[in-house]
Design a protein around this ligand. Structure first.
Ligand code: SLP
Length: 421
């Protein structure tokens, strides 16, 4: 019987290298969730002790998430995850534009102008498809700034050049989920803040980054980034499948607004109503606390293991592999290896389907696994190379022994395909 389909001990042999798709729960996180499920089941809005205890766990968790990001607890809103967070922030951009029309004088632009968004052509679908929808429905105009094939990310000057009087928001992912390449978000936001000081008769440009793939892998600090909004996704850093958004100085009446997407019982200060998922929020808080306490250890371990993986692949395959995330001197998150197998005429999916142990993907889990990654193609990586790519994303628990087994598994898979051809 194929090892992949063997008994449950086959589960123990699986080598999980798809942590950018999702991560397992840390034990401490499971314990926080389980404890809250049994002890904090009350409605957090109830005034009796059962409710008060549940509310206390939520506020403690909010503090942990805020501390992870260098934010205030009052800046954090819990939600169902990254897709909801990105949608809420982008829709806030539209409403912000229209609520500031009064300050738009005719000299700067037409009164009936659409809000303008700037983003990159590397974004996750939870940003890309929202903005494509805005454009198709005439809700907003959007500039998808092409990333440079020389750096693997957008260039600061290209983003700045896309700004127009009607620009209301810039949304850029902090790190790409497929190549791991980190975008120059801090530099871009610094430049835009300078531009904002001179924007008198047009809306200020709001600044959002989707930090889903960066949190838990590199230090993420909202003050350092200069973000107005930031998206948090629990299941990317060993937490549960809920999320949160950071909104700078939320509720202080300052310039960064937040508009609810739906209405109800007033939870989350009316920004995100619905009876809170206390247990999952407890888990998110614990996952965040672990990141705050261990980010340097996590970062160093993942970097060491990923680099060992790439060394082993190069040693085993030589010029038969190329690394798609190694572009120029661009920085990457420490856990991601995007590699194409050039010595065999098959797709990355075929290599993975012939593996007995390796659990990985050719790119974003939410994208079809039967076509070359649009992200790699957007970086002008040749189709013949992009179609052969697989994404290997190591985790906190990945060991060198795992990597040795994974490289051997890949070697056997490639050899099996070569012998078939
Ligand atoms: O697999 C990914 O890169 C994202 C899935 Se939400």
């Amino acid at each position: 019987m194929d090892e992949k389909e063997s008994s449950t001990d086959g589960m123990a042999q699986r080598i999980y290298l798809d942590n950018n798709a999702t991560t397992p729960l840390e034990l401490d996180v499971k314990e926080a969730i389980t404890s809250a499920l049994s002890k904090a089941w009350g409605n957090p809005s109830s005034s009796h002790t059962q409710g008060i205890e549940a509310k206390a766990i939520i506020e403690e968790s909010r503090q942990y998430v805020a501390e992870m990001l260098g934010a205030k607890a009052s800046d954090m809103i819990f939600n169902s995850g990254g897709t909801e967070g990105n949608n809420m922030i982008l829709q806030t951009g539209v409403k912000y534009f229209h609520s500031n029309r009064h300050c738009i004088n005719n000299g700067s632009m037409e009164k009936d102008h659409l809000p303008h968004f700037i983003t990159s052509n590397l974004e996750h679908d939870a940003v890309k498809l929202v903005l494509e929808h805005f454009a198709e429905e005439g809700i907003a105009s959007v500039t998808f700034v092409p990333a440079s094939s020389k750096t693997g990310h957008v260039m600061v000057d290209d983003v700045i050049a896309a700004i127009r009087p009607s620009t209301c928001m810039i949304s850029l992912m902090l790190a790409n989920n497929e190549t791991g390449i980190i975008q120059p978000v801090k530099e871009i936001f610094e430049r835009v803040k300078q531009i904002n000081t001179s924007r008198k008769s047009v809306p200020k440009i709001l600044l959002h980054t989707d930090a889903a793939q960066a949190i838990g892998k590199i230090p993420v600090n909202v003050q350092d980034l200069g973000a107005d909004y930031l998206t948090v996704v629990g299941h990317k850093f060993y937490g549960p499948r809920i999320g949160a958004i950071y909104v700078k100085d939320l509720g202080s009446g300052k310039e960064v607004p937040l508009y609810p997407m739906f209405y109800g019982g007033g939870q989350e200060r009316n920004y995100r109503p619905g009876t809170e998922n206390t247990a999952m929020i407890a888990g998110l808080g614990q996952a965040s606390k672990l990141v705050t306490e261990n980010i340097d250890k996590y970062n160093k371990h993942m970097q060491k293991i990923r680099d060992y993986l790439e060394e082993r692949l190069k040693g085993e395959f030589g010029d038969g592999v190329c690394f798609n995330g190694r572009i120029g001197t661009s920085c990457r998150i420490p856990n991601t290896c995007n590699v194409s197998f050039l010595s065999v005429d098959c797709t990355g999916s075929e290599v993975l389907s012939n593996c007995k142990l390796v659990q990985a993907s050719i790119g974003a889990a939410c994208h079809s696994q039967n076509r070359p990654s649009p992200i790699l193609l957007a970086l002008d990586i040749e189709e013949t190379v992009a179609r052969r790519a697989i994404r290997l994303s190591v985790g906190r628990e990945t060991t060198q022994e795992d990597i040795d087994k994974a490289v051997n598994d890949l070697k056997q898979a490639v050899k099996k395909i070569q012998n078939r051809n």
